[in-house]
Design a protein around this ligand. Structure first.
Ligand code: AKB
Length: 342
């Protein structure tokens, strides 16, 4: 039996990950979230704890379980983090430290390595100007790591903390055993057919699609020509699971870029209108949120992930819309309409 702890379990990735892990018979899921866990997910969990990741006592409920893998998903996203930077720092950094400390202790207690999976983000990048963004080409993991947001800075430092616990923890003590095996993917904007993100800056794409599916107009908070990379939720979940399972000796880095497709906001809107022809969209850019997405790359180079652990998205832009987003989102809102009419 594999024992898997998920923090931020009630969030967007948590939903996708739990549904996917629940299909594996040999996995016991332990969930932590600040909010009550969605009842649809509870049935898949061996133990659910409601608690704050900034409080180490929230993890006490799991201390007697020999945890094999941790998916540390609890975080405050980029737009919310700019509104409350100190709170974001507390959640994103102290939460990370609590998880790494827990993993090291748990590994020591049960004498095995604990794999810690961390969703980093394209927000770690900070390209200084639009001209440089457009001439940069797909950005590698080591270029432009100069974020302009609290969230981006939190992600970079979390990556470094993970690397420290895995490779250098208590460097002065030659007898220290390091029990953390930290692995991270830098995600692009993620789009789910089932949930909506809260407080991110790539949210305009999922918001557009979910508005269209409900027959609502949408005022987009970035310019038409805004371009960043995206992927759909099943690919994001696969990326985490594949990296978790990859043999350690194949990995040449602890942090990997991944992406599926890049689209401008206008191209995304056109794609949405192909399936919802009455969709009404206006572009009403918010200068501050625009500045954030303009500092993120138009595309990332994910060749290291492809080479080391065979990363490949199932869904290119066509398949993402026709096979995943549109059928599921139509079903989702059709069901909601029927439910609200009853
Ligand atoms: C956000 O917009 O904050 C996130 C991200 C790109 O990490 N979706």
């Amino acid at each position: 039996m594999k024992h898997v702890l998920i923090t931020g379990a009630n969030g967007e990735i948590g939903h996708g990950l739990i549904q996917q892990l629940a299909q594996q018979a040999d996995v016991a899921i332990y969930a932590l979230d600040l909010h009550p866990l969605d009842p649809a997910l509870q049935q898949h969990c061996a133990l659910v704890q409601q608690g704050d990741i900034t409080d180490p006592r929230s993890l006490a409920a799991f201390q007697d379980v020999s945890i094999d893998q941790i998916f540390h998903l609890a975080a405050i996203l980029s737009t919310s983090a700019e509104k409350q930077p100190e709170t974001a720092h507390r959640v994103n950094i102290e939460g990370m430290l609590n998880i790494l400390t827990f993993a090291q202790r748990n590994g020591q207690q049960f004498n095995h390595r604990v794999t810690v999976l961390f969703p980093s983000s394209i927000a770690v990048y900070g390209i200084p100007s639009l001209a440089q963004k457009h001439s940069a080409g797909p950005v590698t993991e080591d270029q432009w790591v100069t974020p302009i947001t609290m969230y981006g800075a939190n992600k970079v430092y979390s990556e470094l903390l993970g690397r420290y616990y895995s490779d250098f923890y208590r460097l002065l003590d030659p007898h220290t055993t390091r029990y953390v095996d930290f692995r991270s993917v830098r995600f692009p904007g993620i789009i789910s057919a089932f949930t909506l993100p809260t407080g991110g800056t790539s949210d305009y794409a999922p918001e557009m699609l979910h508005a269209a599916a409900q027959g609502k107009p949408y005022a987009c908070f970035v310019r038409e020509d805004t371009i960043i990379p995206f992927m759909v939720m099943p690919d994001a979940v696969n990326a985490l699971l594949w990296l978790a399972q990859a043999p350690g000796e194949q990995l040449t880095r602890r942090v990997y870029n991944v992406q599926s497709f890049s689209l401008t906001a206008q191209e995304f809107a056109d794609k949405v209108r192909q399936f919802f022809p009455n969709f009404q969209i206006t572009f009403d850019p918010d200068p501050q949120r625009q500045r954030i997405v303009d500092s993120w790359p138009a595309a990332v180079d994910d060749s290291a992930a492809r080479r080391d652990w065979n990363w490949h998205p199932h869904y290119d832009v066509e398949r993402a819309f026709t096979e995943y987003l549109i059928p599921n989102i139509r079903r989702r809102y059709a069901t909601e309409t029927v439910a609200s009419e009853q």
